[in-house]
Each structure stands twice: as structure tokens, then as C-alpha cells.
Design a protein around this ligand. Structure first.
Ligand SMILES: Cc1cc2nc3c(=O)[nH]c(=O)nc-3n(C[C@H](O)[C@H](O)[C@H](O)COP(=O)(O)OP(=O)(O)OC[C@H]3O[C@@H](n4cnc5c(N)ncnc54)[C@H](O)[C@@H]3O)c2cc1C
Length: 285
């Protein structure tokens, strides 16, 4: 199918883009186009105007300073996966972005677009949530910094207000922690059937704190307080991992989604399996 007619704008600055979005009530920002354009082609999305943000240089780039990793919204998955700064300060995000789709998707899809779209099967939201990331936005009402835990509201729903643009994502440096993202990919699209991110602080052989987030199986990426409690204070031995896996499955119990490829019970069980894989990967990192 072809998209419905729309006006096309190509601003050069964030301020210009925000104004264009505000002036055109039915407008949508266009980043990598890998979610928006398929939706427009199927006429699931029929924006009156497209505000192509691809030329706004201020939205690109990766930097690390003062214990904070900052990634511009327009930065592609491929650049994030290859970045020395991301590998050092948030290795789980490099792992997640390196597993997004295929090379074409990774070369076009952007972190900001991915997070704004909030597809439950996306990889980066799970990592940004587990790592305590913040989503920074700019709208006509000013700038906001939104914790990832507040940003993801429901399936394909975020706290973004109409006309608001994500400018960048900041993540506290994970240096000194053990972290990993483990994903079961759909064999055709590579989207996450289940994805689990763990961040562990180790005190010798004991885990002194844990952050666990899961995506893919549930409408939005969520933390698992049960799994975090089960891992914390443990030696991360087989019994602790069994306990944590069961706690994660319990935490997401009422929310798990299913389809013909992966029914609910299977996804729920895989969430526990991929939690264990993520812990093992983190410990061997
Ligand atoms: C075949 C295929 C396989 C994929 N596999 C995976 C996968 O395995 N894992 C995964 O995580 N993702 C996957 N994706 C999604 C992909 O990673 C993109 O990140 C995603 O499509 C959105 O990013 P984009 O830059 O293309 O955004 P766009 O498609 O341009 O935009 C998506 C939405 O976000 C809005 N938007 C874009 N940028 C901003 C911004 N800065 N501020 C506010 N709103 C904004 C747009 O208005 C639109 O509503 C896949 C996509 C395809 C087509």
C-alpha cells in the first residue's frame, strides 16, 4: 500500500522541529522511518505532515562525561553497538542494539525513534530501564527529563506529549557493575520474543544489588522487584537463579502476551530462562 498524502518539512534545528510539530496538530516526527513508514504504508498511521528530523545534527552523537553516558536521539543502533564509549559505560545497551533486526534496520533505526515508538518487542527500552536511564525531551512547553520507569506507559504508549521531541537519552555509567542483555529473537523479524537485562553490583562473590528488566513478553518493559530481591544478597548460585527466575515469572504473570509463534506460557517460561542467561553473561563479562 501507499501512504495517505502528507506535507513534508525538513527543519535544521530542534526549535524549528518543535514549532513545526506544534503548528501541525496531526504531524509526526520522522527519524529512521523503520516503524513509522510501515505504519503509514498500511495506513495505520495517517499523519497530515511529516517533520523529518534527520538533518538536525544536535540530535546525533555519543559522549561520556562525569559518570553519565549521553546518546543523541538520532543515533543509530549500529553506531551505538560499535561505540567504544557505550561498550565501556553501558555494555548491555551495545549488546541490545547489536541484536536489533538486521544490518539495514540497525543502520537506519535510531535510539530515539525506537524509544518513542515503545514497541513491546523492542530491545533498547529494557536496557534503558534496567540501567536507570533518563529520556530528555523538548517541546513548546520546555524541556523535560523523564525517568525510564515513568516514560513507558503501556503498549506503544509513552509519556511523550503531543509535539514533544526526544533529544537524547542519558544513562549512568555502569562501570564497576556486571551487566548483560539476553534476548530470544523472533527468527523472521529478530524482534524480542523475550529480552532480559540484568545489572549486578558484586561484593566479592555476593551480589549486593540487582536491577532486572524484562521486555518482549509484556506490553512494556518492566522491572522485576521479585527477581531483584532474589538475586540481592545471594551468591548467584543455581538455587538463587531458580528462585529469581520463578520470581520474575510471577511478577509478569498477569501481563504476559502470546501469539501463534510464542504462546503466553512459553514466553513466561522463557523470561525465566533468559534471566539466567543474562546473569551468566553478566558474570562472565
Ligand atoms: C524488519 C524490522 C525488524 C526490527 N527488529 C527490531 C528488533 O529486533 N529490536 C528492536 O528493538 N527494534 C527492531 N525494529 C525497530 C527499529 O529498531 C527502529 O528503532 C524502530 O523502527 C524506530 O526507530 P526509527 O528511528 O526508525 O523511528 P521512526 O520509524 O522514524 O519513528 C517511530 C516513531 O517514533 C517517533 N519519533 C521518532 N524519533 C522521535 C524523536 N526523536 N522524538 C519523538 N518522537 C520520535 C515517530 O514520530 C514515530 O511515531 C525493527 C524494525 C524493522 C522494520
Amino acid at each position: 500500500m501507499r501512504p495517505a498524502n502528507f506535507d513534508y518539512h525538513r527543519p535544521g534545528t530542534v526549535e524549528e522541529a518543535v514549532q513545526l510539530l506544534a503548528n501541525n496538530g496531526g504531524a509526526k516526527a520522522l527519524a529512521g522511518g523503520h516503524s513509522l513508514l510501515p505504519a503509514m504504508n498500511l495506513r495505520l498511521s495517517t499523519p497530515d505532515a511529516i517533520v523529518d528530523i534527520g538533518q538536525i545534527g544536535a540530535l546525533r552523537g555519543i559522549s561520556a562525561a562525569n559518570g553519565m553516558l549521553t546518546i543523541g536521539a538520532l543515533t543509530t543502533h549500529a553506531l551505538i553497538a560499535a561505540s567504544a564509549e557505550v561498550r565501556q559505560h553501558c555494555p548491555a545497551l551495545a549488546q541490545a542494539c547489536g541484536q536489533v533486526g538486521d544490518p539495514q534496520v540497525r543502520n537506519w533505526g535510531t535510539l530515539g525513534g525506537n524509544i518513542a515508538h515503545a514497541d513491546p518487542a523492542s530491545d533498547p527500552p529494557t536496557v534503558v530501564l534496567a540501567c536507570g536511564g533518563t529520556i530528555h525531551t523538548h517541546g513548546t512547553g520546555g524541556k523535560r527529563a523523564i525517568n525510564a520507569g515513568d516514560f513507558f506507559v503501556d503498549l506503544l504508549m509513552t509519556d511523550l506529549q503531543p509535539g514533544e521531541l526526544i533529544t537524547h537519552i542519558s544513562i549512568p555509567s555502569q562501570v564497576g557493575k556486571k551487566s548483560a542483555y539476553a534476548k530470544m529473537s523472533h527468527p523472521a523479524s529478530r524482534y524480542a520474543v523475550v529480552g532480559v537485562c540484568v545489572v549486578l553490583t558484586m561484593d566479592g562473590a555476593t551480589c549486593s544489588s540487582a536491577s532486572v528488566a524484562v521486555g518482549g513478553a509484556v506490553p512494556k518493559a518492566v522491572r522485576s522487584p521479585g527477581a531483584e530481591a532474589a538475586l540481592t544478597g545471594s551468591a548467584l548460585d543455581a538455587a538463587a537463579l531458580d528462585h529469581a527466575a520463578q520470581a520474575l515469572m510471577n511478577d509478569i504473570g498477569g501481563e504476559v502476551m502470546g501469539d501463534v509463534f510464542a504462546p503466553e506460557a512459553y514466553r513466561q517460561a522463557m523470561a525465566g530462562v533468559y534471566l539466567k542467561k543474562a546473569v551468566h553473561a553478566a558474570l562472565s563479562s
